[in-house]
Design a protein around this ligand. Structure first.
Ligand SMILES: *Cc1c(COP(=O)(O)O)cnc(C)c1O
Length: 253
């Protein structure tokens, strides 16, 4: 989406590949910038890999970059890492993005939040449309914010279910690797991503096929669902092994 937004605004976009552990260094990232670079986008916890980026490298990037760093924290509620919000005061060139779409279970409301120092907010207020978030959405947001403790309980439930799902997945022969996650999904390396994806889709279980994403060849992104949904997924994968689809043989060999 960052690339789409850049394209719509006719802005050059440069992609910097993460390393094999889905992490980065400030050095290699800053090497891809030049004197025209205005913005750096970082996503932590990252989608679709699920890991949080190295905190010290984020700090180094913000400190050393002569422009604005946008840190996308859409998945921060599920993370063991602390948000950068508490440290916003230290970084005049940092914008932190959060959203009601994930832990707050309100994706269809289309409400996100940008946090930054007043100097940046003043500039954003100058270039934004004069209209504000509509009244219905504002009312909804206030109602949700009043329920923060309930949202925290939802998250705790999800984290417990994520742990259970992880254990069940890791016992399956077709799962070759599970990547550490700070998000509400698990990235899984499977024996044959396209075949497993198709098999699940045919049974009404929708995961994300990330097979064609750089560094994610062979990977499916599996979102933690309700206990019933997680069970449906595991049952389907276990049955797939029995019927000898491409999931089984490689690992059993
Ligand atoms: C879901 C998500 C968002 C937030 O999307 P909304 O437009 O607020 O629904 C932002 N960044 C990433 C990486 C996401 O996965």
């Amino acid at each position: 989406m960052y690339q789409v937004a850049a394209g719509v605004n006719n802005v050059e976009y440069r992609r910097v590949l993460l390393n094999k552990s889905f992490d980065f260094t400030a050095d290699s990232l800053l090497q891809a910038t030049d004197s025209h670079t205005r913005l750096i986008f970082l996503c932590s916890p990252n989608n679709p890999t699920g890991n949080s980026l190295n905190r010290e490298e984020i700090v180094q990037t913000v400190r050393r970059f002569d422009g604005i760093v946008v840190l996308d924290e859409a998945y921060i509620d599920f993370s063991r890492q602390a948000s950068f919000l508490e440290e916003l005061n230290l970084y005049p060139n940092l914008i932190v993005l959060q959203t009601f779409s994930k832990a707050w279970a309100s994706a269809a409301v289309r409400l996100g939040v940008a946090f930054a120092r007043p100097e940046i907010v003043r500039i954003m207020n100058k270039v934004k449309y004069p209209y504000n978030i509509n009244q219905l959405t504002q009312d909804y947001a206030l109602k949700m914010l009043a329920k923060e403790s309930r949202v925290k309980r939802w998250v705790e439930t999800l984290l417990r279910d994520r742990e259970k799902l992880w254990k069940r997945l890791s016992a399956l022969p077709c799962i070759e690797k599970l990547y550490p996650t700070d998000a509400n999904f698990i990235l899984a390396g499977v024996t044959d991503a396209n075949a497993v994806y198709q098999y699940l889709t045919d049974r009404g279980v929708i995961v994300r096929n990330r097979n064609t994403v750089s560094l994610c060849a062979g990977c499916l992104r599996i979102t933690v669902g309700t206990p019933q949904e997680n069970k449906t997924l595991i049952d389907a994968l276990e049955r797939m092994n029995l019927t000898g689809t491409p999931c089984t043989p490689l690992k059993r060999r």
